[in-house]
Design a protein around this ligand. Sequence first.
Ligand code: GUN
Length: 289
Amino acid sequence: MTATIIDGRAVARRMQAEIQTGADQVASRLGRRPGLGVVLVGDDPASAMYVRMKQRACERVGIQSSASLLPASAAQAEVENAVRAFNDDADIDGILVQLPLPDSIDEEAVLNEISLSKDVDGIHPVNLGRLGMRGRNPTFTPATPTGVMRLIAESGIELSGKEAVVIGRSNIVGLPIALMLTNADATVTRCHSRTVDLPMVTRRADIVVAAVGQPELVKADWLKPGAVVIDVGSNSLPDPTSDKGYRYVGDVDFEQARDVAGWLTKVPGGVGPMTITMLLANTLKAAQA
Ligand code: GUN
């Protein structure tokens, strides 16, 4: 079997064109563009790059972005005040606190400060709690898992009654994607570093979501033929043949998996572009509310 490749770039491009139209409509209705407030603390190069990419994407679709860049030495109160300033700013519709925060900062206390109506990254503890509770609706859901669900839906894949396996248990990907798959009526197994026989668990899955940060971990013989395989990993590996000296690979061994899976995302060009797109979509939704 050769897997059908799920093209995140194409879906993201189409959605971003729609978001641009929506942002223009907001601008003519409100006399201002939708606004995203970004809080970045410290100088982690990967976080700085993600924030740059998110701000560039905002610019492309006509969302105004404004950043509070704080040093790694910032005090807890300074970080919380940056969030509060965006809460109080009528030109800001959504707030993104880029994670991880430095170890010296109490992350939960910072996230608790985000106004629920502006939590466009869906990572306020109340929103994550609501996501896991029946009959409760979060104001927004986290960008990456929401992008994964959108890619699955766009591919016409039915989730109800299917076996789904999530590898990884981070607060911003593994946890919410497991909750969202459960809410879509899949039967979900959550795996992590202490899972004893990971390949045995993944082999029974109709849907595998890999979000563990281990380069090319998932091999062909871990997969049931025809499985839907969503790769959330983005790991840089040294590559002397590349101009940059490195290349990005996912948590799935793509070349192996494509011969067994029914559906497969690429890295790069799969989930990554959707993460940014869902943040833009949520920011527009907040401005339209
Ligand atoms: N750090 C890495 N990915 C993300 C994300 O999707 N949202 C936030 N807030 N921080 C991140």
